[in-house]
Design a protein around this ligand. Sequence first.
Ligand code: ATP
Ligand code: MN
Length: 153
Amino acid sequence: MIKLKRILVPTDFSDTARHALTYGLSFSSEYQAELILLHVVETIPVGYASDLFPVPMAEVFQEMTGYAKEELSKLAAQAREKGLAVREMVTQGKPSAEIVRVAREENVDMIVLGTHGKGMLDKALFGSTTDRVVRKAPCPVLTVGATEHEFVS
Ligand code: ATP
Ligand code: MN
């Protein structure tokens, strides 16, 4: 018997991630599972950042974090309208590592994410974030593509 208590939906606010969220919402509603929405503000290794960008990186990240919080709260509001229990998280770091860390720390039962995101190259089966998450996740991962058979309504 399947018991889902917590579902993690990481989003980069791309269309594919938005589509994956419809599955997350539906599973959450079906299983009365808590939904965790996560956005990771991607940080650049310090060495590069200071060489390439003379601007204060901390401020840039702060601005990006503020934007992400706003966008995430819009998505969360939609979920709450459906009566779901939702938690929003914005963290900084390497997206795949953060997604895996949160999945482990929050004892998540399933991760639902897009096969691809905002990246330009979609030759590969998965984007690099999803590729790493599938390999390192501590729980099952549902990868949702833009053009495939659908079972959500
Ligand atoms: P790449 O980043 O390798 O150029 P891509 O952007 O097309 O490729 P991914 O980054 O793997 O593909 O994105 C796949 C999914 O991973 C997205 O649909 C989203 O669910 C999740 N994701 C990607 N980046 C983030 C992020 N910064 N924070 C949270 N979730 C993310
Ligand atoms: Mn990406």
